[in-house]
Structure formats: structure tokens, C-alpha cells
Design a protein around this ligand. Structure first.
Ligand code: GLN
Length: 542
């Protein structure tokens, strides 16, 4: 059967929830019994997101196969449960790299290699490759950015070519923003009309508009958009702001979006299966009890918008774990640098029910984080350290429990006398050659649990695969010493002989992991480490 394709494009402005819309469309079609695939096209010349600062582009999402991708792939995974791999992430850089490599290999057999059609053809090849990998019947392709941007054009051209070839198999959804100017007090449709015209000028007619706004679209707005944008009124979908992103698929279904899409594709919908999801959404609305979580780190300088984006998977993992514990989180971003200026202010951490130190790089704010970890350890505050958070917990323990006052990571101080966290052997050459792109220890690696440890109890199995993204590691030269001082090694990679999990006895919950469990949390299946952290936070409240 011919695969169907839905292109999701943005109108008016960015950050209106195109990623969530894409994930939600995938979710509702999947719930109707159709195998789906999701693809993110990023317009950047970067080959992947691994070399982009999180404050610039949000979290770097890591796939099982080690792809360092746009954060939207995380939303797709959380909504559909389907692991995204490198095929699901396409950038301008990848496309050009392949075309140029093929040209050098004479694969164009002496022909001119042209921007059009050779670049769109490579985009199309990649879209089909991802669909085939996921055995999808419907593939949803999100085009990054907003229509009208110069760098979108070749991706729109690829989409246009696909529609031209198989008009009945390709649909366009425009996710657009409808402002309500405070002085006017009325929802304005004109910017969206312009966006649809702009898409027209690329040779594409939108089939659906998802109208994003603070409020639902009323009948008059829908009529206007239908009339001026050239689509039946029932294809103008209201997508108002919601408290929880997980409500979006439910709202789309209130507008019968899956049925409308399937009927355009001439596909017979099967009975929808969104019950669990709907129950979760109802549950979230009714939870009253709160737990207070501090996330201690940096990247906090650029305002709350950026910061939430930099740690989106961590935030979602916290929420999933809270809901499963019948509580909701109040998250506070704690800038560790303030503990460096005023060390006594670390006492303010006492008000929290749990502390999380997420992943990170470089030396800014690190001493303040170490101070916070010490506070969590000494004051029995439930603590979870993720990647850098684990490494910094090892440094803290080495300094304050094992008498190595200058213990450090080589990432922070190359000349430290006690490099308890050291550059991995295979990374040394990469660093000498400035070979940064996609060279970290990336993606899934196995971790075997040590029997009787807290981590093993949380997971309740013998091994697990978790996703990694790091260059430094626990230095095994210090293993025996740190163990003798009470550091518990709870998980190791047996083959590479690497420490994966550390924890403490006589503490309600103190766990540091070299990997990123946040990428494996799902709304209906919280990650066991986050679940148990929150459980412990709830106990602390009591
Ligand atoms: N900077 C550390 C390393 O490269 C930790 C990385 C991370 O937290 N993802 O090993």
C-alpha cells in the first residue's frame, strides 16, 4: 500500500507548538490503528543538533542509535512511544553533504548537479527512507521554521514535488498563530491568511489550518479562514492553549481531526484507542497535592523560555513520575552560581522535596552545583544526578568523604591531582583533533545492576539499555578507595568496565547515573528512577 504523507508547516511565527501538533497528529492516527512515522526537518546547515548550544536551540535529544537531534523528536517519542533514530531527523547540512559526496563519487554520471531538483530529491529520498524504516502507513513530516523563510524553500519544493506526483497521498497542515491584540480584544486572522498565501507562492495549498491561539476559534474566525484560505470550514481546526501538552490529541479529536485526515486519504478509520491517554489527561487536571522540585544547574541566564526548552525531557520525566505518584510538581530553577557568591544561601534548598542536577558541560557554575549536592547528601534530600550530575556527585564525595580536597573532573581542571572523572581513552584523539561532531559516547549502552542496590530495586531487572551523551567517565583508579569510603557502585557497563550508577547507603534516595534516563520516560510509563525519586520526595513531605 502507498504510504501517505502529511507535511506540517508553520505560519506567522515560530514557537506556537508545531512539534506538539505533529506529535499529536501522529498520536491520533496511531490510535486509529495506523502505523505512523514522524520526521523533523531542520533548516540548519548543522549536520545534527549536537554542536548547537541548548540556549540557542533547546535540548539536544539523543536517540537510541546515538543521533543528537532536535528536541521535537523527544515529543514524538513521548506521544507515540516509537523510538526515533537518525532517519527521523533531516537537516540541510545532511542533505548537502550526501549530494556533494555522491557528486564526488561520480554517482550523477557526469550530469550537472543542480540545487533543484537534486537537493529536493535527496530530501524526498530521506523522507521515504524513514517511512520505510518505521514501516509507516502514514508519515508526518514537520518542517522547521516558518513559511516565507528563505531556508525553507528547498524543503517546501520537495513536498510540492511529492504532492505533484501523488496528489491523493500528500496533505499539508498549516499550524498558524491567531493573535488577540489586547487593545483590540478580537482574534485576528489576517496574519494567517498571509501565511497561507505565502505557502501558495511555493506552489502549495494547505488542506488544514490548526489555529493556535489563547482561546478557541469561534465560528466567524473559522468562516473567514475557510473563505480566504480556500478550504472547507471543517478543515479549520481550533487549537487553543492548554494546561498540559498531553491534552492536545484529545482536543484534536474533539474536532474529529483524525477522521477528517483519514477521509482525505480515503482510509477507513478503525475504532479510536485513546482511553488511557484521556484518563491521564483527566487525572492531571484533578491532582491537587504538590511536590517542590529544585533543578540546580546553569544555562539559566537567558530567561525562563529558553531554560525550559534546554531541559524539556527532564521536565517531562518529572511530570510523568509525579502524576504516577498522584502529585504535581512545582519546579524551581536554581542557578548554582548564586551558591558560589554566597555559600550559606545553599540552606534555601531545604525547602525542596527533591533536587535534580541535570546534564551539562564546562566549568561555569560547577562549584555551586557541588555545594548543592553536598547539601542534598548531608540533609537527606532526595537527589538524582543525571550524567554531569552523577560526575559532580562523585567529585563531591571524593572531596568531602574521601579526603581528596582537590578532586575534580579533567573537564573542569586538567591539572587536578585527583582526576576522579577523566576523559575517556577513545576521546583523547578527538579532542586533540577538534573532532567534536557526533563523537561523544552516544546512544544506548547496557548497564548491569549490582544486586541489592537501590537502583536495582527501582528497575527490578538485571540489565537495562539507557542513552548516553558524554566524553568523560568515572576514573576506575579511584574505584576501590571511593567504595571503601562508602560510595556504592550500583550499575556498571561490564564490557567496557565503566561505572554507570553511583548511590549512597543511609540516605533516602541519592542516585547518580552516567546516562540520561529522562529520554526514556513516557507519560503513561514513568521512568523508574524518576518515579522512585518522586516517591521519596512525597515521603520527605510526610
Ligand atoms: N560534560 C560531561 C561529559 O562530557 C557530562 C555530559 C552530560 O551531562 N551530558 O562527560
Amino acid at each position: 500500500m502507498q504510504t501517505k504523507y502529511i507535511f506540517v508547516v508553520g505560519g506567522v511565527m515560530s514557537s506556537v507548538g508545531k512539534g506538539i501538533a505533529t506529535a499529536s497528529i501522529a498520536k491520533i492516527l496511531q490510535s486509529r490503528g495506523f502505523p505512523v512515522s514522524t520526521i523533523k526537518c531542520d533548516m540548519y546547515v548543522n549536520i545534527d543538533a549536537g554542536t548547537i548550544r541548548p540556549t540557542e536551540h533547546g535540548e539536544v535529544f539523543v536517540g537510541q542509535d546515538g543521533i543528537e537531534a532536535d528536541q521535537d523528536l523527544g515529543n514524538y517519542e513521548r506521544f507515540t512511544g516509537i523510538p526515533s533514530t537518525r532517519e527521523n531527523y533531516i537537516t540541510t547540512g545532511q542533505v548537502y553533504q550526501t549530494v556533494i559526496r555522491k557528486e564526488r563519487n561520480m554517482e550523477y554520471k557526469g550530469e550537472d548537479v543542480e540545487v533543484v531538483p537534486d537537493i529536493p530529491n535527496e530530501i524526498i529520498r530521506r523522507i521515504k527512507q524513514a517511512s520505510a524504516k518505521d514501516k509507516a502507513q502514514i508519515t508526518i513530516v514537520e518542517l522547521g521554521g516558518t513559511v516565507g523563510e528563505y531556508q525553507n524553500l528547498l524543503f517546501l519544493e520537495a513536498a510540492r514535488m511529492m504532492r505533484l506526483k501523488n496528489p491523493q497521498d500528500v496533505l499539508f497542515v498549516m499550524v498558524s498563530y491567531l493573535p488577540v491584540p489586547s487593545k483590540v480584544g478580537e482574534m485576528k486572522t489576517k496574519p494567517t491568511q498571509h501565511a497561507v498565501r505565502c505557502l501558495n507562492s511555493a506552489g502549495i495549498q494547505a488542506d488544514f489550518i490548526l489555529g493556535r491561539s489563547d482561546k478557541p476559534l469561534d465560528k466567524k474566525r473559522k468562516e473567514k479562514l475557510s473563505m480566504f484560505c480556500g478550504m472547507p470550514i471543517e478543515n479549520v481546526i481550533s487549537a487553543p492553549d492548554v494546561d498540559s501538552i498531553y491534552e492536545v490529541p484529545i482536543n484534536f479529536e474533539k474536532e474529529k481531526l483524525s477522521e477528517k485526515i483519514l477521509s482525505k486519504f480515503n482510509l477507513e478509520p478503525k475504532k479510536a484507542n485513546l482511553e488511557d491517554w484521556g484518563e491521564l489527561v483527566d487525572k492531571i487536571k484533578n491532582i491537587k497535592k504538590e511536590v517542590k522540585i529544585a533543578v540546580v544547574g546553569k544555562y539559566f541566564a537567558t530567561g525562563s523560555f529558553i531554560l525550559a526548552d534546554s531541559y524539556i525531557s527532564v521536565i517531562e520525566a518529572i511530570k510523568h513520575a509525579c502524576w504516577a505518584n498522584d502529585v504535581k510538581p512545582t519546579l524551581t530553577w536554581v542557578d548554582s552560581e548564586k551558591f558560589e557568591e554566597d555559600p550559606s544561601s545553599v540552606e534555601t534548598l531545604n525547602q525542596y522535596d527533591a533536587i535534580i542536577v541535570p546534564g551539562g558541560f564546562g566549568s561555569r557554575g560547577i562549584e555551586g552545583i557541588i555545594t548543592s549536592i553536598k547539601y542534598a547528601r548531608q540533609n537527606n534530600i532526595p537527589f538524582l544526578g543525571l550524567c554531569y550530575g552523577m560526575q559532580l556527585a562523585v567529585i563531591e564525595f571524593s572531596r568531602n568523604m574521601a579526603g581528596m580536597s582537590d578532586a575534580n573532573s579533567v573537564e573542569i581542571n586538567q591539572d587536578t591531582k585527583h582526576p576522579v572523572i577523566d576523559l575517556m581513552e577513545e576521546q583523547k584523539k578527538n579532542m586533540q583533533e577538534s573532532n567534536y561532531g557526533a563523537t561523544m559516547r552516544l546512544g544506548n549502552y547496557p548497564c548491569s545492576f549490582v544486586k541489592g542496590t537501590l537502583a536495582q530495586k527501582c528497575y527490578d531487572k538485571e540489565h537495562v539499555l539507557e542513552r548516553h551523551r558524554h566524553r568523560y567517565e568515572f576514573n576506575n583508579k579511584y574505584l576501590d578507595l571511593l567504595k571503601s569510603k562508602g560510595l556504592v557502585i550500583a550499575g556498571i557497563n561490564k564490557k567496557q568496565n565503566l561505572v554507570e550508577i553511583v548511590e549512597l547507603k543511609e540516605h533516602p534516595f541519592f542516585v547518580g547515573v552516567q546516562f540520561h534516563p529522562e529520554f526514556n520516560s513516557r507519560p503513561l510509563e514513568p521512568h523508574p528512577l524518576f518515579f522512585n525519586l518522586i516517591k521519596s520526595a512525597v515521603n520527605r513531605q510526610k
